[in-house]
Each structure stands twice: as structure tokens, then as C-alpha cells.
Ligand binder design. Structure first.
Ligand code: ACO
Length: 284
């Protein structure tokens, strides 16, 4: 199948980081059906792209996203049930299913407006950093709707119930510092430093073993809804599974560097990737 022409998104790749950008700046990156299709397809592509180690989700023109496009995603789809179903499926798939369980680390970089439906991708990413002056709002209440798809659910899961109820029921805007205070993002930084801070975090992540990082982030998410006994079982199995897909043999490499070579302490730095001792290298 021919690749879809990129009209509402763009991708920029630098040194292992793929910046996946919602690109409708004139509409504050409001999410049209086209934007959803492109985001869905591109995330699938990047997940197996060897040049992509970390994916950053952000928006062009100084804004993250003004939420669902009220004209193209809502009104225009009212008389097109097939288009509505297709675009809703794509919207939910990339904003939640794909991002929530993504094989690679993901970071949301938030500047300007982050409104309504954009909270799904905000909260599905593994990490989120915002400009201190970013403006967040669960504005649905002002449109005669509730925070739908999974927005109410994921907001309620992420922050304390008081905060979820307050911001969902009032739609009041809040800034990056408040978003950090209530646990909606990891931290807020001055706008001028935003990109550098995101790169710094991505670089730290790229120093970790990809296999261990993938298993860890998936495990932390999955155990939230399990009881202790299920968690013991699941984590033991997940721990074994790492060994199958870990090209760095991280466990033995880490032990060797700490115990034998004394070249690494886990508290301060990651072990050195790419120094795996194989049967072959041992014989030489
Ligand atoms: N849907 C459709 N069009 C939008 C949206 C949107 N969510 N947000 C902005 N636009 C359009 C505007 O209609 C305008 O289009 P035009 O140039 O053709 O008139 C253009 O983007 C620029 O918007 P302005 O309002 O002029 O920009 P400003 O910077 O002053 O304000 C803001 C930005 C605050 C984001 C404002 O546009 C706004 O409140 N948008 C609605 C945000 C919202 O409530 N989203 C939630 C939708 S519901 C949901 O997501 C489930």
C-alpha cells in the first residue's frame, strides 16, 4: 500500500530521537481525522525503525494541541458514520493503545495549548515535560460534552481525585508548574530550555538497555491493576522474558562491570552498553 501523504504531521530525526510533530499550526494543531491517520501510521513505523530510539510527541508553531478539531473531527463526521468510526478508531489507537504499550520510550513535549482530547497522548506517553507557561485545559465541559474517549479515565488514573474532578468539572486552565504539582507531567521548565531538557532526558534513556527499559515501563504500567499475587507472578515471568530479547545481556554485563572490572556503580551511571562478553570473545 502506498504511504499516505503527510499533510498534518511531520517527523524529524536527529541522533536517535524522532520528533513526531502534530503539524496544523494555523489551527493550533487541533486533531483532524487526517492527523489521526498520520499519527497512527507513523507511530507504527517508528516502533520498528532502527534509527529511532526515543519518540518525542509535540506540536508545531509553539502549541501542543488544541484538542479534537471541532469542525473536522466532530461536526463534519456527524453525517458520515463510516468516517466517524474509522477516524475514532485511529484517534484512540495512536493516542492510547499504541503509545501506552509502545516498545520504545516516549516523551510528550508540551508548549502553548494542551486542551481536551490532547490529554490522551499527554498521559499515554511515558514521560512529559512542559514549558512553565504552557496552558492546559479540560475544556470539554464548555462544549456540552464530557472528557470522552478515555480522557476522563486516564486523568482519573493519573492524578488525585480532587484534582481530576476540579479540572474536569470547571475546565479552568492551569499552567506547566501546576501540571507538575498535580502529577500530570514530570516537570516544567522555562520555555527557552524546553527542547534542551527533552533532549537531555532522551539521551539518558538512550544509555539504558532498550530491552530492560521496555520491560520495566510495561511492567510498571501493568502491575497497577494487579494484586500482589498476580504481580509476583507477572514480574517473575517478565524478568525471565527480558533475557530472551536482551542483546546486551544486561544482567551479566552489569554484574561483570560492577563485581569484576569495578568500572560501574548503578547508582551513578548506567553500565556500558556494547561490552557484552560472548563465548567467542572469551576464547580469544
Ligand atoms: N477545533 C477546530 N478549530 C480550532 C480548534 C479546535 N479545537 N482550536 C482552534 N481552532 C482554530 C480556530 O477556529 C481558528 O481557526 P480560523 O483561523 O479558521 O478562525 C484557528 O484554529 C486559531 O484559533 P484562535 O482561537 O484564533 O487562536 P488563539 O491562539 O487565539 O486561541 C485556543 C487558541 C485557546 C486553543 C482557542 O482556539 C480555543 O479555545 N480552541 C478550542 C480548544 C478546545 O476547547 N478544544 C477541545 C475540543 S473538545 C475535545 O478535544 C474532546
Amino acid at each position: 500500500m502506498a504511504a499516505r501523504k503527510r499533510e498534518a504531521t511531520k517527523v524529524e530525526k536527529h541522533n536517535g530521537i524522532s520528533w513526531l510533530i502534530m503539524n496544523r499550526p494555523e489551527k493550533r494543531n487541533a486533531m483532524s481525522p487526517q492527523l489521526h491517520y498520520e499519527m497512527d501510521e507513523t507511530l507504527a513505523e517508528l516502533e520498528t525503525d532502527p534509527d529511532t530510539k526515543v519518540v518525542v510527541i509535540t506540536g508545531a508553531g509553539g502549541n501542543f494541541s488544541a484538542g479534537q478539531d471541532l469542525r473536522l473531527f466532530f461536526r463534519a463526521m456527524e453525517k458520515d458514520p463510516a468516517g466517524r468510526k474509522r477516524s475514532q478508531e485511529a484517534a484512540n489507537r495512536w493516542r492510547w493503545e499504541r503509545l501506552y504499550n509502545y516498545d520504545k520510550p516516549t516523551i510528550a513535549m508540551v508548549h502553548g495549548y494542551c486542551v481536551g482530547g490532547a490529554f490522551m497522548q499527554l498521559l499515554a506517553t511515558d514521560f512529559a515535560i512542559a514549558a512553565e507557561d504552557a496552558v492546559f485545559s479540560l475544556s470539554e465541559v464548555n462544549w456540552g460534552i464530557l472528557p470522552g474517549a478515555l480522557v476522563s479515565k486516564v486523568v482519573a488514573d493519573m492524578v488525585l481525585p480532587r484534582h481530576a474532578l476540579y479540572y474536569a468539572c470547571l475546565g479552568d486552565p492551569f499552567d506547566g508548574k501546576e501540571a507538575a504539582r498535580i502529577g500530570m507531567i514530570n516537570y516544567a521548565v522555562p520555555k527557552a530550555n524546553l527542547e534542551d531538557e527533552v533532549v537531555k532526558l532522551a539521551e539518558k534513556l538512550m544509555k539504558k538497555s532498550p530491552a530492560v527499559l521496555k520491560a520495566t515501563k510495561q511492567a510498571v504500567r501493568q502491575v497497577r491493576t494487579m494484586d500482589f499475587w498476580q504481580s509476583y507472578d507477572y514480574l517473575a515471568a517478565k524478568g525471565q522474558a527480558i533475557k530472551v530479547g536482551d542483546n546486551e545481556d544486561s544482567y551479566n554485563t552489569g554484574l561483570r562491570q560492577f563485581l569484576d572490572e569495578k568500572s560501574y556503580k548503578p547508582t551513578f551511571e548506567p553500565f556500558k552498553l556494547g561490552t557484552l562478553v560472548t563465548h567467542q570473545t572469551k576464547k580469544k
